[in-house]
Design a protein around this ligand. Structure first.
Ligand code: PCA
Length: 195
């Protein structure tokens, strides 16, 4: 069976949970002909991508789908693009707080996701869960992970994408979404992940 590596992040920014990892943990082990491998990654520039690349190469992933929390968003947002920029407003978990630095000196400015983000967003919305394509994953660790994976797997057969999810209800912040709806949205995304 085809291998899909799906990742979530550890909690950050004073939160006790990260809905990305909570939702990943609840996904079924097989979806759309893929067998899922789940991984929790640290909120650390550079290190997040190193761990995901190592695991993807170990299992021979055909697809890598990374999930992260985007506090303040009210919809599931598949990311269209990763940009070659690091800019943090809070330190990462290695106490690194870059200000307008490139991820890769001399690297391409940006890469588009190699997943069908429009199709995925539309399918999630059709399932009744708010969703839209996002044109910026920010400049914190989530964008760092997306850009670094797209750069690493550029020109290879491994496809890469990222989905930001809102706070879950348990976090008592607004806007928020039921964890069950986040799980359903990710399931629909995987059901529509083939080009
Ligand atoms: N969200 C952060 C990093 C980890 C996460 O879940 C981000 O959007 O960059």
């Amino acid at each position: 069976m085809k291998k899909l590596l799906i990742t979530g992040f550890e909690p950050f920014g004073g939160e006790v949970i990260n809905p990305s990892m909570e939702a990943v943990d609840l996904l079924l082990p097989n979806i759309n002909g893929y067998v899922l491998t789940k991984l929790c990654v640290p909120v650390i520039y550079g290190e997040a991508a190193r761990q995901v690349i190592r695991e993807a190469e170990r299992i021979g992933a055909a697809v890598i789908l990374c999930i992260g929390q985007a506090g303040g968003r009210n919809a599931i947002t598949p990311e269209l693009v990763g940009i070659n920029l690091r800019n943090a407003s809070i330190p990462d978990h290695a106490m690194y707080m870059p200000k307008d630095e490139p991820i890769e000196i001399g690297g391409d400015v940006a890469y588009f996701s190699s997943l069908p983000v429009r199709k995925m967003a539309e399918a999630i919305a059709s399932a009744g869960i708010p969703a839209r394509v996002s044109y910026s994953a920010g400049a914190y660790v989530c964008n760092d992970l997306l850009y670094s994976l797209l750069a690493h797997f550029n020109g290879s057969k491994t496809r890469v994408g990222f989905i930001h999810v809102p706070y879950s209800k348990e976090q008592n912040k607004e806007p928020s979404m039921e964890l069950g709806d986040i799980v359903k949205a990710l399931t629909v995304a995987i059901e529509n992940i083939d080009l």
